[in-house]
Design a protein around this ligand. Structure first.
Ligand code: SAM
Length: 254
C-alpha cells in the first residue's frame, strides 16, 4: 500500500495561500510515520491513508488558525479585533494524538503550543513525537480541561485556545474559554453547523465572557466535506464558577 505522504504544494497555496518549507514537509512526513508506527501499539487515529491524513489531520488543523498566521487569508471580521502576531501562545484541548496542535507547532515555529488530553497514553505518544520532530515550541500535558483551567499558570494565559472533535459546542466552549486571555480567541473546529447550533452556543458563551465573532464555512479540498470554524472573542474575564467540576460540563451543558 502507498504510504508516502503527498506534499500538495499547489493545494496549500490555492486554498490557504501558504506553503510548507522543505523542513516543514519533512516534519509532516515524520509525523505521519510516527502516527502509523504508534497506531500499531495503540489506537491513535483511524485516518491513516496518505491523502486522507493530509486533508483531515494536516490541512484541517491549519484551517482553523489560518487567519492568525497567513496574511493573505486574514479574515476581515477577525482582523478588526486581532492582529497577525508572532509568538502566540496556543492551547489545544482534547488533542488526542496531537491534532490540531502538532501541525500548528510545525507550521509556526514562533508559536508556543501546549497540547492537553486526559488520556496518558496519547500524551506519551505526543511527547515522543515532539522529541523525534525536534519541536522546541511544543509541550504536552495529561489533564482534564476542567482541572487545568483552574491552575493559575494556565487560566486566562493563552492568545488562542483550540478544540476539535471533543463534544457538543457549548461543552467545548466551557472547556476552552477559561484558558483565553481577554482580547484573545477560542476556535471551535466543527463539521456541520446550523442556526440552532448558533443559538445554543450564544447562551453558553455569554456566560463565559465571550461572544461569537465569526462562523466560517469551508469545504475541504479533496473530499469536499463541510467544515465550520467558530471564532469566539474573549471580551471579559470568565467567572470563577467556570469551568464547573470535572464531568459536569459534559453532563449538564450550559
Ligand atoms: N482533537 C483530536 C482530533 O481532532 O483528532 C482528538 C479528538 S478525540 C475524538 C477526543 C479527545 O478528547 C480524546 O483523546 C479524549 O481523551 C479527550 N478529552 C475528552 N474530554 C476531555 C477533557 N474534559 N479534558 C481533556 N481531554 C478530554
Amino acid at each position: 500500500m502507498e504510504r508516502n505522504l503527498p506534499t500538495m504544494l499547489d493545494i496549500w497555496d490555492k486554498t490557504l495561500h501558504w506553503q510548507p518549507s522543505d523542513r516543514q514537509n519533512q516534519q509532516f512526513a515524520q509525523l505521519y510515520t510516527a502516527i502509523l508506527e504508534g497506531n500499531k501499539k495503540q489506537n491513535l487515529t483511524r485516518i491513516t491513508k496518505p491523502q486522507e491524513f493530509w486533508e483531515k489531520h494536516l490541512w484541517d488543523s491549519l484551517l482553523g488558525v489560518a487567519p492568525f498566521f497567513i496574511p493573505d487569508y486574514a479574515v476581515a471580521a477577525l482582523q478588526k479585533k486581532s492582529s497577525l502576531a508572532k509568538n502566540l501562545k496556543i492551547i489545544d484541548i482534547g488533542t488526542g494524538a496531537g491534532f490540531p496542535g502538532l501541525p500548528l507547532a510545525i507550521a509556526n515555529p514562533d508559536w508556543s503550543v501546549t497540547m492537553v488530553d486526559s488520556t496518558r497514553k496519547k500524551i506519551a505518544f505526543i511527547l515522543r513525537a515532539i522529541a523525534q520532530l525536534q519541536l522546541s515550541n511544543a509541550e504536552a500535558i495529561v489533564s482534564r480541561a476542567e482541572a487545568l483551567a483552574r491552575q493559575t499558570p494556565h487560566r486566562e494565559q493563552y492568545d488562542l485556545a483550540l478544540i476539535r472533535a471533543v463534544g457538543q459546542a457549548s461543552v467545548c466552549a466551557e472547556y476552552i474559554l477559561p484558558f483565553v486571555k481577554i482580547g484573545g480567541f477560542a476556535v471551535l473546529y466543527r463539521g456541520y453547523w446550523e442556526e440552532t447550533d448558533t443559538i445554543a452556543l450564544k447562551t453558553a458563551v455569554n456566560q463565559l465572557g465571550s461572544e461569537i465573532t465569526l462562523i466560517k464555512p469551508t469545504k475541504t479540498p479533496l473530499s469536499d466535506s463541510i467544515r465550520h470554524c467558530i471564532y469566539l472573542y474573549k471580551k471579559s474575564s470568565t467567572p470563577d464558577l467556570f469551568p464547573r467540576q470535572v464531568g459536569v460540563p459534559n453532563q449538564q451543558p450550559l
